[in-house]
Write a protein that binds this ligand. Structure first.
Ligand code: ADE
Length: 226
């Protein structure tokens, strides 16, 4: 899969792409991520990419022209399955959405800044608008990285243990059960006996029960919707 990201802050985005799972995915050639600096596409003087909003009001708006130039120049080389704009008024990111996006071949993500991007770009180019939660961040860079990570780790071959993405919280609509590792006793606190029993059906049953209990306690909404 290939993901192109349009941003004003490519340096901000480099490190998370260059560590851990995303780094490995890129090194293995399973995920290609290219960052594009919007300033390289502006026809305006001094690298201007934003301006005051019509009608007045606080906050600058990202201008249509640099964005459209950048998008159209990328579209000459790529046929994007989706052009995604990260915005707090978008559709809330859920595991199911990440699963579906992980099946695509080429995605373009726009990380906005300031007050947002000129509405005409949203109307004429953007095919999906995604929010990572009901709070406002100072830019779309962190949300674009969140989305890239959520998608990248699902690509076949990225995670060492092929099953581990499938057993994540949310994958089957509920939270994950508690997990433990060595030692079996720490400061007098013991790992539940069943996990040490070697009785795999019993372990499976325990995990299911604990996952349901945790979901009931913390996220009853997940059970209501299912
Ligand atoms: N840009 C600023 N805040 C955001 C959010 N919560 N989700 C997506 N993009 C954003």
């Amino acid at each position: 899969m290939r993901i192109d990201i349009i941003t004003l802050l490519p340096e901000l985005m480099e490190s998370p792409l260059d560590h851990s799972i995303l780094k490995r995915a890129r090194e293995k050639g399973l995920l290609e991520v290219q960052l594009h600096n919007l300033r390289d596409y502006t026809p305006y003087k001094h690298g201007q990419v934003d301006d005051y909003q019509y009608g007045g009001g606080a906050g600058m708006v990202m201008m249509a022209e640099p964005l459209v130039r950048c998008i159209e120049s990328l579209q000459k080389e790529h046929r994007y399955d989706e052009i995604i704009y990260m915005t707090p008024d978008g559709q809330r990111l859920q595991q199911q959405m990440a699963n579906q996006l992980s099946l695509k071949k080429e995605l373009l993500i726009i990380a906005g800044h300031y007050k947002g991007i000129d509405e005409r770009v949203r109307e004429h180019f953007v095919s999906m608008e995604i929010s990572i939660g009901d709070y406002v961040l100072s830019g779309g860079e962190l949300p674009a990285l969140v989305l890239t990570d959520a998608i990248g780790r699902l690509l076949p071959g990225v995670l060492g243990d092929e099953t581990s993405a499938l057993t994540d919280s949310f994958q089957d609509g509920i939270l994950s059960p508690p997990v433990y590792t060595r030692p079996a006793e720490f400061r007098g606190w013991k790992v539940p006996d069943v996990l040490l029993s070697g009785n795999f059906p019993a372990i499976e049953a325990w995990r299911e029960e604990e996952a349901l209990k945790r979901t009931r306690e913390r996220r009853p909404d997940l059970l209501d919707e299912g």
